[in-house]
Design a protein around this ligand. Sequence first.
Ligand code: ADP
Ligand code: MG
Length: 243
Amino acid sequence: MEKILEFQHLSKTFGSNEVLKDINFSVNKGEVVCIIGSSGSGKSTLLRCANLLEKPSGGQILYKGENILSKDRDISEYRTKLGMVFQQFNLFNNFNVLGNCVVGQMRVLKRSRGEAEKLALKYLKVVGMDQYIHARPKQLSGGQKQRVAIARALSMEPDVMLFDEPTSALDPELVGEVLKVMKELAGSGLTMLIVTHEMGFAKEVSNRVVFMDKGVIAEEGSPEQIFNHPTQERTREFLKRTL
Ligand code: ADP
Ligand code: MG
């Protein structure tokens, strides 16, 4: 199996606060890995280190076997290989839906407008938002905004998609439409690393589950192991609190 992303002894400190401690795990091509854990356990920091929005304090991150933290590595090229979907959508409010999905392709990947629009439409169709290309973000529901954010990230055709609690900011009745899209993407063979509080989704969709607690990976395994036969007391405690 081809490893797309690999974290080796990754650590991150903010001042004296050790937020990530000796993180080791990898994401293989085509795999869906869900990260679960209490608030404050370091999940977002881990994703932010993965796309270098935060600078790791120690350890290595390998992308297809190459250390992306080495000094001669082109970070902006690496970043285009990762798609990121945030809790708060982060759409550009001054662009319409289509504009949101083409701007990065044109500015960063130097695609022509025609090519960018073609790909944008392809992925807006995937998320069921191709009927809304002229809408502004403020005219959309939270679920629609998040689906556009997913299409925008997909339009860059990244190797891995990172999701940081993509449904946590949504009204409960809008969570399902976003999870449905994510399930379809998971089934399509896309490589995905997903921080989520949706345990049912994680159980159903992931190939592997990583449980984080206080900056460490307390347990990692198949969804069957983590949800039905956790070996660690803190995993059991966490699941008891969330299920
Ligand atoms: P999670 O996503 O699991 O809720 P986070 O990664 O957001 O956890 O946060 C883990 C810890 O790191 C928290 O104690 C948080 O206060 C701290 N932290 C996160 N980002 C920063 C930052 N930019 N500066 C200082 N502390 C931070
Ligand atoms: Mg977080």
